[in-house]
Ligand binder design. Structure first.
Ligand SMILES: C[S@@+](CC[C@H](N)C(=O)[O-])C[C@H]1O[C@@H](n2cnc3c(N)ncnc32)[C@H](O)[C@@H]1O
Length: 408
């Protein structure tokens, strides 16, 4: 079977995590994957393209690299694009779009360079197939990527179409939702679901917003493929093998593990905004995980552990100097909010591990806790850290049936 050079962009800072995921998904030797600053490159067959699109939680897209080489000017770019066998991939009836990115590119206009690629594709198809494809910038059938470095150009074909964080379940979202791919990278970094005595640890997001972290966690636990509810650009390309794709989708369905009816959920999300909780519940329903996740309203400054055995807190709290405005304490300065939260965790969440994604470099000082890990991750353009804190103490049940920390 033919092999291709693939490139999978990752959320900023998550390329290593993506490489671990790819190695597991494809059963591919980890050392053969090239981890780059913004993604992972590998050589693999078309089956891998389909499987990565369907199963990768962290990749933003799956791109096939069709050309990599030196260039000096726009004519070199035209010649490189005109030399590719586009007629093997699509027809003049497909619509196309060329997207361009650049790093230290010496050309005066990268948009003009993208235009030259479009011209080359159209000229080639007119010469070989008698007509040229038209451009659709909103919903193209085929997306091409031109990446210009200082002296090298890359031309890539996008097999995903809409970026992979669009899983097809999120209709309702709040003001600052995490992208699903970043949420998946955060969860991968925590190592969840880590098992104790073969049981996965409970997971709680007390600032769940529209539910991205709990829903991603639940889909992972139930082995629901992230791409199960969406379409992909490769379905419209000429090499598409519909029966092979159908077989892969059926395999994925057969591997799903529905949450046992009536069993208490292991994954919990809460938010002080009931509107957000409502969004999160609807999203969980569409994502097929409603049975496995308990979502409810509540202030993180009051939320108690839902179960006796300590697990993992994963949170992406609001950013900024004044936070928690809607909570019991009203608008607090960041120092006071985090001190109150730390005091609450110390009293009730002993034994749990908290992972916090935040751009606040002062977080350990504000919490008066020492971070045991600190992983740089980008939330879009915002540079964040994923901090890990081990919360001290031991939890027991009180007279009201609530779990509390009985250490100091
Ligand atoms: C950055 S957003 C979380 C976004 C979420 N990860 C998502 O993907 O939709 C922060 C959330 O914290 C909630 N929040 C603010 N103060 C809170 C508090 N004291 N207790 C619980 N939730 C709070 C907000 O309502 C908001 O939904």
């Amino acid at each position: 079977m033919d092999c291709f050079d693939l490139y999978l962009p990752a959320p900023g800072g998550a390329a290593e995590l993506l490489a671990d995921e790819i190695a597991t998904l494809l059963n591919h030797p980890r050392q053969t994957l090239q981890v780059q600053r913004s993604g992972v490159a590998l050589r693999a067959d078309w089956d891998a393209v389909l499987r990565l699109n369907l199963h990768s939680r962290i990749a933003q897209r799956v791109l096939v690299q069709l050309h990599a080489g030196p260039y000096h000017n726009e004519d070199d770019i035209y010649a490189a694009a005109a030399g590719l066998t586009w007629e093997d991939w699509f027809t003049p009836q497909h619509t196309i779009k060329v997207e361009v990115t650049a790093q230290r590119c010496p050309l005066r206009s990268v948009q003009f360079a993208a235009l030259r690629v479009k011209d080359a594709v159209c000229d080639r198809l007119r010469a070989r197939r008698g007509a040229r494809p038209s451009v659709d910038t909103a919903r193209p059938d085929v997306r091409l990527h031109l990446h210009l470095q200082e002296q090298r150009l890359l031309i890539l074909l996008d097999t995903s179409g809409e970026p992979l964080f669009k899983r097809g379940w999120r209709d309702d979202q709040g003001d600052a939702p995490l992208k699903e791919t970043l949420a998946a990278a955060v969860l991968a970094a925590t190592g969840w679901p880590r098992t104790v005595d073969e049981a996965p640890l409970p997971l709680v997001d007390p600032f769940c917003g529209s539910g991205t972290l709990p829903i991603e966690a639940a889909q992972h636990l139930l082995r629901l493929a992230p791409g199960r509810a969406r379409r992909f650009a490769f379905e419209r390309l000429l090499p598409h093998d519909a029966s092979r794709w159908q077989a892969l989708r059926e395999q994925a369905r057969a591997a799903e593990r529905p949450w046992p009816r009536g069993q208490a959920p292991l994954i919990h999300g809460s938010d002080v905004s009931f509107r957000m909780v409502d969004f999160a519940r609807r999203n969980a329903q569409r994502a097929g995980v409603a049975e496995a996740v308990l979502l409810r309203g509540g202030d993180a400054l009051q939320r108690l552990p839902p179960v006796a055995n300590p697990g993992v807190l994963v949170l992406n709290p609001p950013y900024g100097e004044r936070i928690g405005a809607a909570g019991v304490a009203g608008a607090l300065g960041a120092d006071e909010f985090w001190q109150r939260l730390a005091a609450h965790w110390k009293a009730h969440w002993g034994g749990w591990t908290a992972w916090i994604l935040s751009p606040d470099t002062q977080l350990p000082r504000r919490l008066r806790l020492q971070a045991t890990r600190r992983l740089p991750l980008f939330n879009g353009p915002i540079e964040c850290r994923l901090w890990r804190f081990a919360l001290q103490g031991r939890t027991t049940k009180n007279d009201h049936g609530e779990y509390e920390n009985d250490a100091d």
